[in-house]
Design a protein around this ligand. Structure first.
Ligand code: ADP
Ligand code: ADP
Length: 232
C-alpha cells in the first residue's frame, strides 16, 4: 500500500505575487516501508516537496495524502519525522536530552522518564549508546547527525524525511551514515524519503529514485533500483 501519494501537486511561495509554481505536476506514490530518494539540481524544489509532505508548506494545487490523512493531520499525529543538513542540537543539553525533548514538548502526556527511555533506545540504535551524557560540543559532526536522527526516531514516526542529512559531512562519514540509514530501515521498516545531491547515494540507498528538473521544478524521470545492499 502507498504511504504517501501526491496527485498533480503544484506549490508557489506566498509573497512571490502570482508566483510561478516552484514545483508543478508532481505525481508520486511512495510505498509503505520503502526508501525513496529525490535528486536534482539546486533549486529544483526537493526541499519544497519534502516540506509539503511534512505539512509545512500547503500545495496551491493537487492532493497529497499521508497514511490516509492530509499532511497537516499527519504532522499533528507525528507520523512524520524530519532530519536536516544541520543537526540543530541544543548545545546545553546532552545527547539524551536532545533526543528526548522534541517528544516531550510535542506530547505532554508522555512522562519524562518514558521519553528519555525511548530516546536512549534510539541513540543505541544509531550507535550512540556510549555517548548519552555527552554534549553536542563533545560529539563529531557525524555523531551529532546521528543524534538528530535519534531525535526524529524518538517521535516514533512512520515516515522519516531527510533533507541532505550528510551534506555537511566528509566522504568517509557520509558512507558510514549511508549504511546507518540502511540499518535503521532494516530494523524499523520505516518509510524513508531522502533528498541528496549524490546519485551514488541515491542508487545505493533507495528502492526508487525520482530525478527532478528545474524551471519548472518537476519529476523528469523515476528509476526503480534493486537495493544493492546485501540483506537477510
Ligand atoms: P532544492 O531543495 O531542490 O534546492 P528548494 O525547494 O529549496 O529547492 O527551492 C525551490 C525554489 O523555491 C528555489 O527557487 C527557491 O529559491 C524557492 N524557495 C524556496 N523556499 C522559498 C520561500 N520560503 N519563499 C520563496 N521562495 C522559496
Ligand atoms: P536548501 O537548498 O537546503 O533548501 P536554501 O538555502 O535553498 O537551502 O534554503 C534555506 C531556507 O531558506 C529554506 O528554509 C528555504 O525555504 C528558504 N528559502 C530558499 N529560497 C528562498 C527564497 N527565494 N525566499 C525566501 N526563502 C527562501
Amino acid at each position: 500500500p502507498a504511504m504517501i501519494t501526491a496527485q498533480n501537486i503544484a506549490i508557489s511561495y506566498p509573497g512571490v505575487k502570482n508566483g510561478p509554481a516552484v514545483i508543478q505536476d508532481i505525481n508520486l506514490s511512495i510505498r509503505d516501508g520503502s526508501i525513496v530518494s529525490l535528486i536534482g539540481p539546486s533549486g529544483c524544489g526537493k526541499s519544497t516537496l519534502l516540506k509539503a509532505i511534512a505539512g509545512l508548506v500547503p500545495p496551491a494545487k493537487g492532493r497529497m495524502d499521508i497514511a490516509g490523512v492530509t499532511p497537516q493531520e499527519a504532522a499533528q499525529r507525528r507520523l512524520v519525522g524530519l532530519v536536516f543538513q544541520e543537526a540543530n542540537l541544543l548545545p546545553w543539553k546532552t545527547a539524551l536530552d536532545n533526543a528526548a525533548f522534541l517528544l516531550q514538548v510535542s506530547d505532554k502526556s508522555i512522562p519524562a522518564n518514558e521519553a528519555r527511555e525511548r530516546a536512549a533506545e534510539n541513540l543505541r540504535l544509531v550507535g550512540l549508546g556510549e555517548a548519552l551524557t555527552k554534549l553536542p560540543s563533545q560529539l563529531s559532526g557525524g555523531m551529532r547527525q546521528r543524534a538528530s536522527i535519534a531525535r526524529a526516531l524518538t517521535l516514533n514516526p512512520q515516515i522519516l524525511l531527510m533533507d541532505e542529512p550528510f551534506g555537511a559531512l566528509d566522504a568517509i562519514t557520509r558512507e558510514e551514515m549511508s549504511y546507518l540509514i540502511l540499518d535503521i530501515w532494516e530494523r524499523t521498516g520505516k518509510t524513508i524519503v531522502l533528498v541528496t545531491h549524490s546519485i551514488d547515494e541515491a542508487v545505493l540507498l533507495s528502492h526508487e529514485v525520482h530525478v527532478m528538473g528545474v524551471k519548472p521544478g518537476r519529476i523528469v524521470c523515476s528509476i526503480t533500483v534493486p537495493l544493492a545492499f546485501p540483506r537477510n
